[in-house]
Design a protein around this ligand. Sequence first.
Ligand code: 5AD
Ligand code: SF4
Length: 442
Amino acid sequence: MHRVHIRTYGCQMNERDSEGVAALLRAKGYQVQAEEAGADIVLINTCSIRGLAEEKAIGKADHLLRDRRAGKGPRLVGILGCMAQNRGADLLERLPDLDLVVGTQRLRHIPDHLGRLLGEPAPAARVDVAEEAGFEDALPGRDEARQVAAFVSIQQGCDMRCAYCVVPRTRGRERSRSPESILAEVRALAAAGTREVTLLGQIVNQYGRGSQRAEGGVSPFVALLRRVAEVPGIARIRYTACHPIGYRPDLVAAHAELPQLCGHVHLPFQSGSDRILRAMNRPYLAERIRRLATALREARPGMTLSTDVIVGFPGETEEDFARTEALFRELGFEHGFLFKYSPRPGTPGFALGDNVPAAEKEARLARLQEILALRSSTENLRQVGTTQRVLVEGPDRRGGRLMGRTENERRVVLDGPASLIGELVDVRITGAGQTYLDGARA
Ligand code: 5AD
Ligand code: SF4
């Protein structure tokens, strides 16, 4: 039996895809293992979002292929996902003895490709990065094992044209899965014991745009949320990734109306300078972000917000950045993903160059990181002594204890029997670490 190891870089969408590929391969008799050591096939599911993400995956593949040349590596090495889709056969220039390149929309064909490669004595590399318009067929399956918290892919691709973003190249045109197919998956998950679903899409809060009509003034995404909330057993619903323009009034109101919708959302604002937002082709003003943050927190008291910010976009002056910094501080985001601009070939903004010096980008990033560090340490400390409802997801990585999350997406580690897995339990917070809280059953 062939042993396969899948290494995943990138976002939740990629994690979900890797899970699907693993299920497909198991169904074909492969043994999928968590460790790289001893695997005879290594598949690297890649991300293209920033240059660094690509370099990491290329470095990893290079290392494995070198080992193989030295006679100790895996028998087959493949690159899957976003970078495969984005760079296709060009990857073979960097990695000439790579065996397999499979794009985001062709993942379900991996078992066929592996079968052929394994059957041939000296096979040529296979590159499969065709674009497929459909959705359902492209979706790999899932293992039977119960997942307390599961990802459900509901939308793929993106038709926005943010100047910096490679996603339209890696994930193709925006397309939504049918509500019936999504609900069937959610019901099956719930029947197997899933309590929380995270609905995934590149621009998930625009779900249904262009293919489904708003009915009675309710947007397709909100209509879907209402139906998912009716599925018995589903206690929590999350969704990611979002665009600010997708937070229409009915979605904001849904956070007041649906108790299953978690009190944590992502509001990526990218820049606090209207001038830079325009250059980024982001169709909103900073003021809109201010109003949305307030409206979301009013809709659901205790709501926490995370955001994405890019520093050093071409042409960003100190004054532009000062607006970003001020907005970031003012809105008190509980979490932030902070990035230095990375020019991506093939994006609409690539022609603008990369004219903010590296040291300046670094300094701006550090200013935001400082605000965030202060904010998260005080926030974590403020939780100590409170009682929070935690969905227990499974054993903690360090062993012996259990791990769960609050609805605000704070990780909590607690002691208790395995029978608590899948339960919502009230937990008294007894201590705060950097990235998690310590708790005990209340
Ligand atoms: N450079 C830096 N950050 C980027 N992001 C997307 N593209 C780039 C890029 N070229 C960030 C954005 C986005 C998040 C997923 O990654 O902030 O919201
Ligand atoms: Fe990276 Fe975007 Fe692909 Fe996710 S969808 S893995 S963020 S390039």
